[in-house]
Design a protein around this ligand. Structure first.
Ligand SMILES: C[S@@+](CC[C@H](N)C(=O)[O-])C[C@H]1O[C@@H](n2cnc3c(N)ncnc32)[C@H](O)[C@@H]1O
Length: 274
């Protein structure tokens, strides 16, 4: 079967289970052909559809995330290698990078960056791509996630600018940073998630106790000792947590300000240290 026909047929099959069937089919075909999606669409190979494509479509139909099937996910200006054990980067988290870019606009960029709960290196590596003179530390409690972070740092050429530590949030970190980024787990234990999320993505990257606030309790009292003068902490929150999480940071003596995502939902708390 030609690539053109295989794509059309796969999109039809995936429309039963995926909200983005054509996009999924194109990403899976690109991976099966060893091409970028742009190359596939602009200059499709004049060859039959590769047999791996059918297997990928079947797995996608059963609910496996596209990023785990292709092993790749774009975030901000970089592409990250991802797989089971590492949270798939979400566009919502780019709100933190946007806020940091705005904070440092017109002044020297951050020199030292800390990413708490770095996963596959998502926020730290995006920030290092944005500020080429910066170096940073990424912390995660998951050795599986850190394996991806190490590979991503090396593949992007940031190996000598990054330290990746397996640990519990800020424990053992005794330094001040110009930029502290954190996207901790914040889903309440009984919350319903989108199709495939809880089945495939690591629970330690998603859930945070009965009300989803456990990790903000842990992080809020630490930020004061970690931020440099003029620095910024950007902490991701659930779309309905601006009030509850904000109150925890205020209790720790900080003045958080919400930042909105492109849809206008508060998705981060920003804390400046001046
Ligand atoms: C929501 S994911 C964020 C991943 C990545 N930073 C991103 O933005 O896509 C949260 C991450 O925090 C890590 N984590 C959970 N509890 C932790 C802890 N106590 N200390 C360090 N990392 C933790 C998880 O393993 C996971 O990688």
């Amino acid at each position: 079967m030609s690539i053109h026909h295989a794509l059309a047929r796969a999109a039809e099959r995936l429309s039963l289970t995926s909200p983005t069937p054509r996009l999924d089919a194109e990403l899976l075909m690109a991976a099966a052909c060893g091409l970028s999606r742009d190359c596939l669409l602009l200059d499709p190979p004049d060859e039959p559809s590769p047999p791996e494509f059918e297997q990928l479509v079947e797995r996608r139909k059963a609910g496996e995330p596209v990023a785990y099937l292709t092993g790749r996910r774009g975030f901000w200006t970089i592409e990250l290698e991802v797989g089971p054990g590492a949270l798939i980067p979400r566009p919502d988290s780019e709100t933190l990078i946007v806020a940091a870019v705005e904070h440092f606009a017109g002044r020297p960029g951050p020199q030292r960056i800390l990413d708490l709960g770095t996963g596959p290196g998502t926020l730290l590596l995006a920030a290092l791509d944005e500020w080429p003179a910066a170096t940073g530390i990424g912390v995660d409690c998951s050795s599986a996630a850190l394996t991806y972070a190490r590979r991503n740092a090396a593949r992007l050429g940031f190996g000598d600018r990054v330290e990746l530590l397996e640990g519990d949030w800020t424990r053992g970190i005794d330094e001040r940073f110009d930029l502290v980024l954190a996207n901790p787990p914040y889903v309440a234990a009984d919350a319903a998630l989108g199709a495939g999320v809880a089945e495939y993505e690591p629970h330690e990257a998603l859930f945070a106790g009965r009300d989803g606030l456990d990790n903000y309790w842990a992080l809020a009292p630490e930020l004061g000792r970690l931020l440099s003068l003029g620095g910024l902490a950007a902490i991701e929150i659930g779309f309905d947590q601006a009030e509850t999480a904000g109150a925890l940071f205020r209790q720790a003596g900080l003045s958080p300000r919400p930042a909105q995502d492109l849809a206008g939902h508060p998705r981060a708390l920003l804390i400046r240290f001046s």
